[in-house]
Design a protein around this ligand. Structure first.
Ligand code: FES
Length: 289
């Protein structure tokens, strides 16, 4: 059992939670993730990236969006409550070295797992340029924290309500077309965003690492749920990743696989809204059976 010590709502559906997990707090490295089970050992296993950790206090920070039944249940927990089980740190740490100039791109909730990478890139002596993007002003997260480590921070929103009105690929293209061009780039966010960041950097022959957030169950390489095609080979995100050379990832195949359980997820999400007394989802998005 892991006790929740703090909870903060970052936007309408994004929460930050601090939990006691002293072993994970000491062992974790940038890029690694956890599998959280909220209530029982038979509950859904939610893969979440570690956004921050305090090894002295023995706590870890997670940031999550209420996208389904389990994340809604997690959001209802309060400081003092416990979660049943946290497995981690899982996956391989980000490959960090002194590349020179590193551009780190985060979209939506992907900005949170990008934060420890930005910290590590800076600590390794890189010139770190950070691009963070969101649909609208209320959804911009971690801006102040990023500003403390970034040599340059660019904020964009889809609707122009804050920062520059643009998608993250626009400033990424500007940086890649500069002289000198970046030595490394990292992108974390929705699959479609990472796909287009890959296309943008490929045009300028800039390397890119992407952190994949596929469906997962065990997180230890046994179930095969998280498999993706990278460089023509099957790889498991949980044990071979979660980060891969973005220029080798088959994003189309990954996005098809990630939609496999969409109908069931929508139905569960809809049932959960009703159970928790939240407004029901639109009927078209929630076929209850
Ligand atoms: S989550 Fe089961 S193999 Fe990766």
């Amino acid at each position: 059992m892991n006790k929740i010590t703090a909870k903060k709502q970052l936007s309408a559906d994004v929460y930050e939670m601090v939990l006691e997990a002293p072993f994970i707090a000491r062992a974790r490295k940038a890029g690694q993730f956890l599998i959280v089970q909220i209530d029982t050992n038979w509950g859904e296993r939610i893969p979440l990236t570690i956004a921050d950790a305090d090894s002295t206090a023995g706590t870890i920070t997670i940031v999550f969006q209420t996208v389904g039944a389990s994340t809604h249940r997690l959001a209802l927990k309060e400081p003092g409550d416990q979660v049943e089980n946290i497995l981690g740190p899982l996956g391989n740490p980000t490959h960090i070295e002194k590349f020179g100039t590193a551009v780190c791109v985060g979209g939506g909730i992907g900005v949170a797992p990008l934060f420890p990478i930005v910290q590590a890139m800076k600590a390794a002596g890189n010139n770190v340029k950070v691009i963070i993007g969101a649909r609208t002003r209320e959804l911009v997260i971690f801006e102040d924290r990023m500003r403390r480590y970034a040599d340059e921070l660019i904020v964009v929103t889809d609707d122009g309500s804050y920062g520059k009105k643009a998608l993250v690929t626009e400033p990424l293209k500007e940086l890649c077309s500069g002289d000198p061009k970046p030595d490394m780039s990292v992108a974390i966010g929705p699959p479609i965003m990472m796909k287009f960041c890959e296309k943008t950097t490929a045009e300028f022959d800039v390397p890119i690492m992407v952190s994949l957030n596929t469906i997962m169950i065990d997180g230890t390489g046994m179930c095969g749920c998280c498999r993706v095609t990278v460089g023509g080979e099957t790889r498991f995100v949980c044990v071979d990743g979660p980060e891969f050379d973005g220029h080798k990832v088959d994003f189309e195949n990954m996005m098809i696989r990630m939609r496999s359980y969409k109908d069931r997820e929508d139905a569960e999400h809809h049932k959960c809204h009703i159970e928790l007394g939240l407004p029901p989802l639109a009927v078209s998005a929630a076929p209850v059976k």
